[in-house]
Design a protein around this ligand. Structure first.
Ligand code: G1P
Length: 214
């Protein structure tokens, strides 16, 4: 359609990009969901972007580029976006244990834990909805038993990769970048309002409109 946005055109009009989809018919966990893509991923390195989170930044976010660069530079088996969360929030996320800085933008990991309480959390750096993987992750997912919440956890497969000595890195969000949860009605509405109010073209009119409503 003629009203496609520039970003959509970049994707849909690019002959190098192919779209496939699959469905996880039973919600058996994020690890199981990623496994559904195994046949069309094949032997390529690939990105996992969780659809219930939007990453925003001052400009168009460079997070995915930074993840891909780190992944390539360090020949990583997995590279994970992370963000700082408050100690009370660690039980809602996968939490990483960084060994130290690998370079200015990346941290090498020595462990990762799914949803630990503040007393068990190895840091307050939380997994933040974007990952890059080597296809070796499928071999680990194959061997991953249900974990937290009785579900097959992607975090547990990554943990096993680290324990086997495979290189796994974290890329933290930069100041000004943020993760917006859009996974429930309230958080979706908040994210939508926030993004629309800051929209370059439509924001000023919408801000006036909402101030008249309140
Ligand atoms: C999933 C992951 C968790 C991660 C979170 C946000 O959890 O299992 O490690 O921190 O996404 O990226 P969920 O939100 O599905 O409970």
């Amino acid at each position: 359609p003629s009203n496609k946005c520039d970003r959509c055109s970049e994707l849909f009009d690019n002959p190098l990009i192919h779209f496939y989809y699959t469905r996880q018919s039973v919600p058996k966990g994020l690890g199981d969901a990623v496994m559904q893509a195994r046949t069309f991923v094949g032997q390529d390195h690939f990105v996992v972007a969780l659809g219930d989170c939007v990453i925003v930044g001052p400009e168009r976010s460079s997070l995915m580029n930074r993840l891909l660069q780190t992944h390539e530079q360090h020949s990583a088996a997995a590279t994970i976006a992370t963000q700082r969360v408050s100690p009370e929030a660690t039980s809602r996320y996968g939490i990483v244990d960084p060994e130290g800085s690998a370079d200015e933008t990346a941290l090498k990991l020595r462990d990762i834990v799914e949803k630990p309480g503040p007393d068990k959390a190895p840091s307050n750096l939380a997994v933040c909805a974007r990952y890059v993987f080597s296809p070796v992750v499928f071999e680990y997912l194959d061997r991953t038993a249900p974990g937290f919440g009785g579900e097959v956890q992607l975090t547990d497969a990554i943990r096993a990769m680290i324990r086997d000595g495979l290189p796994v890195y974290a890329v933290p969000l930069l100041p000004g970048e943020d993760r917006l949860d859009v996974g429930n009605f309230e958080s979706y509405a908040k994210a939508f309002i926030r993004l629309m109010l800051s929209h370059e073209e439509l924001g000023p009119g919408l801000r006036k409109f909402t101030s008249e409503l309140i």
